[in-house]
Design a protein around this ligand. Structure first.
Ligand SMILES: [Zn+2]
Length: 68
């Protein structure tokens, strides 16, 4: 029973799928109770506060690197 050696461990693939949750693929601007907006990212490691929805999009673009 040495034939199963040809199969690689699927660990690498699973690791890659798990990492996709850390990518900055989507940003959201959500209204807060105090009238400001909370900007968050799909990487869940970034968050900002903005006075309006449009103002919140700017730091989100800077965060993802699509605009300086
Ligand atoms: Zn991000």
């Amino acid at each position: 029973m040495g034939d199963s050696v040809m199969y690689d461990s699927p660990t690498e693939f699973l690791h890659e799928a798990a990492n996709s949750g850390d990518l900055c693929v989507a940003q959201s601007v959500l209204p807060d109770d105090d009238g400001t907006y909370t900007v968050s990212c799909s990487c869940e490691r970034w968050m900002a506060n903005a006075p309006s929805m449009e103002e919140g999009l700017r730091p989100a673009r800077v965060h993802t690197g699509s605009q300086r």
